[in-house]
Design a protein around this ligand. Structure first.
Ligand code: IZC
Ligand code: ZN
Length: 419
């Protein structure tokens, strides 16, 4: 084997070595730390992970790139497994309303919120959406993110706009170093024209949209905004069961604002992840733990919604829910691409330990996208997605918050970002 990249003398190499499945409870605190670590890469794969020098059998040549890991931290590439990456416009106009006490769901019910992004997305060309999303993806990469999930959901009944969003995500996946995993989320809001007949909209999603999304391979997952005044638990179940029959894997926006029973539903339907969970019930959390549904927590959204309410990460981890972390990057409730800031929030506000945060942002994020056998840890045979941070240890990255600690990002065995 011949290495074309070798990272040597790594002060703190966090491998996340362990089973290729979502990690729970104290597994979330085992981050596989190696001092004076070394990683060798051939093509797009990791071929050696260890300590000190390269073992016999791994050759180097004059073209091998050596990266000095002294005073550096190396982790698996971060996974941002819940974003609304592709959209038109931005909703900073909502800030003044929120400062005066307007609530997210009131703005939505009054025809703003998601509906204003639907207009902006509909009016944007493919190229405009592509350019805007690419800029965000570049930022995400700069913060150490190597895999991102991207939801549709800003076309709603305008299915062409839904398709346009998913095609932008697909093109970015082809063109951009960051891997983009697509989720169909036509059930993101009840469109104005179906206000008095939501069942008819749900019927269209089931009969027309899901089959086409599946047949055209436009998405891997299907997600629903299960929330008071949006989609009820029964409507969500109906949509996700249809999605499953078409081979789309279910995800759900659950108990973000009101406690509706979204966590329980996620367990019953067998969702890969239930996301938000700020108002999840104790029973729902226990059911998720039993079924191994990942709790994907989005503390940046709680922060930005100014509700003062955050998901109970400690309870979820203690009950055995595998916890992941994401930005929820979107133009309304969480306009940031900064995964490092989200990791700081998770520790400082959700009281997750640095080790739990790292697990949540890597292997458990990978599992939220059903990619845990390919990415999410630094192990032989896995894809060479790694971040070199200019930091003495991982704690420092989340402690010294709000800035970018990335030194280099290696994606699929190529250096794709350098400070
Ligand atoms: O555009 O408001 N929560 N969907 C559900 C979002 C936030 C995105 C948005
Ligand atoms: Zn979301």
């Amino acid at each position: 084997m011949r290495a074309h990249i070798v990272i040597k003398n790594i002060d703190k190499l966090y491998t996340l070595k362990g089973p290729n499945r979502p990690r729970v409870k104290d597994e979330m605190r085992k981050v596989g730390l190696i001092n004076n670590g070394i990683v060798a890469i051939e093509d797009d794969k990791i071929i050696h992970v260890g300590q000190g020098e390269l073992p016999e059998g791994i050759e180097v040549d004059e073209n091998t790139i050596f990266i000095d890991g002294r005073n550096k931290v190396v982790t698996p590439g971060l996974v941002d497994s819940h974003t609304h990456l592709v959209h038109g416009g931005s909703r900073e106009n909502e800030l003044a309303m929120k400062l005066k006490g307007a609530k997210y769901l009131d703005i939505l019910a009054a025809g703003g919120g998601i509906h204003s992004t639907v207009k902006a997305t509909k009016n944007a060309t493919f190229q405009e959406l592509y350019n805007q999303a690419k800029k965000s993806l570049d930022r995400m990469l700069s913060f150490g993110v190597t895999t991102v999930e991207a939801k549709s959901g800003y076309g709603l009944d305008d299915f062409d706009t839904e398709i346009k969003q998913m095609e932008v995500a697909r093109k970015l996946n082809e063109d951009h170093p960051v891997d983009v995993v697509s989720t169909f989320m036509g059930a993101h809001a009840i469109p104005a024209s179906y206000k008095d007949k939501p069942e008819a909209f749900i019927q269209r999603i089931k009969d027309e949209m899901i089959p086409q999304v599946a047949e055209r391979g436009l998405a891997k997952f299907c997600d629903v905004f299960c929330e008071k005044g949006v989609f009820s638990v029964e409507q969500t179940r109906d949509i996700l069961e249809t999605a499953k029959r078409w081979g789309l894997l279910p995800k759900v926006h659950a108990d973000e604002i009101e406690s509706l029973g979204g966590a329980e539903l996620a367990a019953e339907v067998g969702c890969i992840s239930a996301d938000h969970l700020v108002a999840a019930s104790d029973r729902g959390i226990r059911m998720m733990a039993e079924k191994g549904v990942i709790g994907n927590l989005l503390p940046g959204t709680s922060f930005n919604l100014q509700s003062g309410k955050f998901a109970d990460a400690r309870k979820m981890i203690e009950e055995g829910v595998p916890v992941a972390l994401s930005t929820d990057y979107n133009p309304g409730s969480c306009p940031t691409e900064n995964m490092q800031l989200i990791m700081s929030f998770a520790s400082i506000i959700l009281k997750m330990t640095p080790e739990e945060v790292l697990t949540a942002a890597t292997i458990n994020g990978a599992a939220s996208l059903k990619l845990e056998d390919k990415i999410g840890s630094i192990e032989e045979g896995k894809k060479a997605d790694l971040v070199v941070f200019d930091a003495p240890n991982f704690e420092y990255i989340i402690y010294h918050f709000g800035i970018n600690h990335t030194d280099k990002v290696i994606k699929g065995g190529r250096i794709v970002f350098e400070k």
